[in-house]
Design a protein around this ligand. Sequence first.
Ligand code: GAL
Length: 422
Amino acid sequence: MKRVSQWIRPLSLSLMLGGVLTATAAQAGEVEVLHWWTSGGEAKAVASLKATLEKKGDTWKDFAVAGGGGDSAMTVLKSRVLSGNAPAAAQIKGPSIQEWAQEGVLADITPVATAEKWDSVLPKVVADVMKYKGKYVAAPVNVHRVNWLWMSTDAMKKAGVTKAPTTWDEFFATAEKFKKAGIIPLAHGGQDWQDFTTFEDVLLGVGGPDFYKKTMVKPEAASLNSPTMIKVLETYRKIKPYTDKNAPGRDWNLATQMVIKGEAGMQFMGDWAKGEFLAANKAPGKDFLCAPAPGTTKDFTFNVDSFAFFKLKDAAKIKAQNDLAQAIMAPEFQETFNLLKGSIPVRLNMDLSKFDSCAKDSSRDFVATSKTGTLLPSVAHGMALSSAAAGAVKDVVSQYWNNDSLSAADAAKRIATAAMTQ
Ligand code: GAL
């Protein structure tokens, strides 16, 4: 005969397990997450976030709104929030976080941040952006560098190009070489945010970091209405003939594909483009090069992706929302996600041994430029000006790119007004 303890033990174990399972099921919540990460590399990165959350027993409800740069996603988000149906979390960045917080719709996630010591593992400049009136309302995932030039090594060989251009004169000489070899010199997607991304590189490369700050971070009339701005605009216009006739409307990741296939020699894009190269099994240094955009070797335009959290009522959903916030900042996730996304972890003191040379360069330059005052917020990616001012400048830049009859002088005047938008 079995002793009582012999059958009580398995029973109590199964009761215990049942209890745990029931408790988990009761606590498990759904997190609806709005994002615009739908390209090859982006989708892999977002899948890693979903998997991390699901490991905690929560459910991921995907709210993807396609469109690089996120303009469409932001439009959809506004209508959802206005109709009283906000998602649990949304990809919101830079000064926009403050704008949303001012509306009183964001949740305070300080308890998670305090428990996880975010203040001591985040650069202060980043932590400040995630807080509203001293309380955390958002969590950062990464640091993207925007001022990169991507090059196809295949195309370089065919065109006799031996290195990345470091000045704008060299850029145009390199573009000529690609053209002579019958290769599209520059892969570009003619969408306003991509036009603006290229413009940002030119403005920084031609004008330098102080000019960048005085026009795109804390705009001053004297710098906006200056001969340097005219020079920036003239240089920018010279780029367009090196793009192909199918550029208008093209998505950024399709432009990256052109470089991946060697159909185009170069592309200006942030390092989310690296996520596409990696997803296509291409290796930096071998199949492609990453180099700072001409004239910006000593500068770093940063773009920190982050998720802001909306106020919720349901306790299980709030718990799941907190799980997401915790997961985003955990070291393992910061590694897995950023290896796929092309960015570097935003969390300080991470081991980067699994990261490639582009990421290591990025990390080194991020630290170095933070000491020299040349770490600059990307205006094209919503890090610098208010969303209204950035949107207004973007419109003018795109009009200028698309309309050759708009003079540099007139465009400069319009940019000056736009940058001052309150
Ligand atoms: C940026 C975003 C990146 C990348 C890119 C293209 O604004 O910060 O993470 O996704 O858009 O969609």
